[in-house]
Design a protein around this ligand. Structure first.
Ligand SMILES: Nc1ncnc2c1ncn2[C@@H]1O[C@H](COP(=O)(O)OP(=O)(O)OP(=O)(O)O)[C@@H](O)[C@H]1O
Length: 304
């Protein structure tokens, strides 16, 4: 019998996963799984639970919670030799990654996808000893996301980022960097760089319009040194996907990206703090097998 391990954050979002626990486990059992659950307790709990589920030979791991929980589960799985199939239930406040995969916000609908969906391999990003599934970035602009208090975040969701972000814009300083991507170079002052694995990030559905989760490539987005008015202009163009043609923006694809800077640059991985640079971003092609909605999805390159 196939074994499924649900790793859920009982505190994420509006505690929807906890409320639906009997429904989720029952649906998995009806689909032929022997299903069990692990409630996370705090930092790294989901990561350790995921590593253990790999070692114990589970067939399916379900990351249920917000982007932070998915990020931890991916980190727990990625180093392991035996990697079960990964499913996602969106239970957080933002659920960026679930949205990129077109997984519905309703827990019941998302649970049905776990049993009716199809398997699809996805690329995983590695930087130093850490992994990311959605996006990595650094530069003063990306540091804004840490400053949103969690209560505000829960109440207002994504809007909180923008409100808080615009308030802090005048204090953003450029950083001098050298970025090497697949043998090419960029040297100069930047506002931020993003290494994206998916096309939709943080409510910007066309942030990296050519990014596919299964193409073995990252989409690298660099915003060069610019003034406040330009940052506002580029940000609003980014909502429509028009930013990639901007003079101040570099948008390329690469599978290995090395970033160096004399300044201290803090990394943001999937919205979480991810250590400091310098380091190299490596695309691990088709590293994890996921369950996704059984229809054509814009985040995957058609290979057939
Ligand atoms: N039982 C728990 N009580 C409190 N915090 C927890 C618990 N389990 C995990 N955490 C913490 O929750 C964070 C992850 O939250 P998660 O991403 O799942 O939800 P969220 O913050 O509501 O949603 P989002 O990331 O989508 O905004 C991690 O920092 C982890 O340490």
């Amino acid at each position: 019998m196939k074994k499924a391990r649900l790793i859920y954050n009982p505190s994420s979002g509006r505690e929807q996963i906890k409320k639906h626990l009997p429904y989720i486990l029952e649906t998995l059992e009806e689909a032929g799984y022997e299903a069990s659950a692990h409630a996370t307790t705090g930092q790294d709990s989901a990561k350790h639970a995921a590593a253990l589920a790999c070692e114990r030979g589970f067939d399916l791991i379900i990351a249920a919670g917000g982007d932070g929980t998915i990020h931890e589960v991916v980190n727990g799985m990625s180093e392991q030799e035996n990697r079960p199939v990964l499913g996602v239930l969106p239970g957080g406040t933002t659920n960026d990654f679930a949205r990129a995969l077109h997984i519905p916000k309703s827990i019941e609908e998302a649970t049905k996808i776990l049993v009716n969906g199809r398997e699809q391999t996805v690329d995983i990003g590695k930087v130093g000893s850490k992994y990311f599934i959605n996006i990595a970035g650094a530069g003063s602009l990306t540091e804004l996301t840490y400053e949103v208090p969690s209560r505000l975040k829960t109440m207002m969701g994504q809007v909180a980022y923008y409100v808080k972000g615009f308030e802090k814009l005048p204090r953003i300083k450029p950083t001098q960097v050298t970025i090497e991507y697949d043998g090419k170079w960029f040297e100069g002052e930047i506002m931020l760089f993003l290494v994206s694995n998916t096309n939709s990030v943080g409510g910007f559905e066309k942030l990296a319009p050519d990014a596919y989760l299964n193409d073995g490539m990252f989409d690298l987005l660099i915003v060069k040194k610019t003034n406040l008015a330009d940052v506002v202009r580029i940000t609003s163009a980014a909502l429509r996907g028009d930013h990639i043609n901007d003079d101040k923006v570099i948008y390329v694809q690469a599978s290995r990206i090395k970033v160096r800077s004399e300044d201290d640059m803090q990394l943001n991985l999937d919205g979480e703090f991810g250590g400091s640079l310098p380091d190299e971003f490596v695309n691990l092609h088709n590293h994890i097998n996921m369950i996704v909605p059984n229809k054509k999805l814009s985040c995957f390159q058609e290979l057939y």
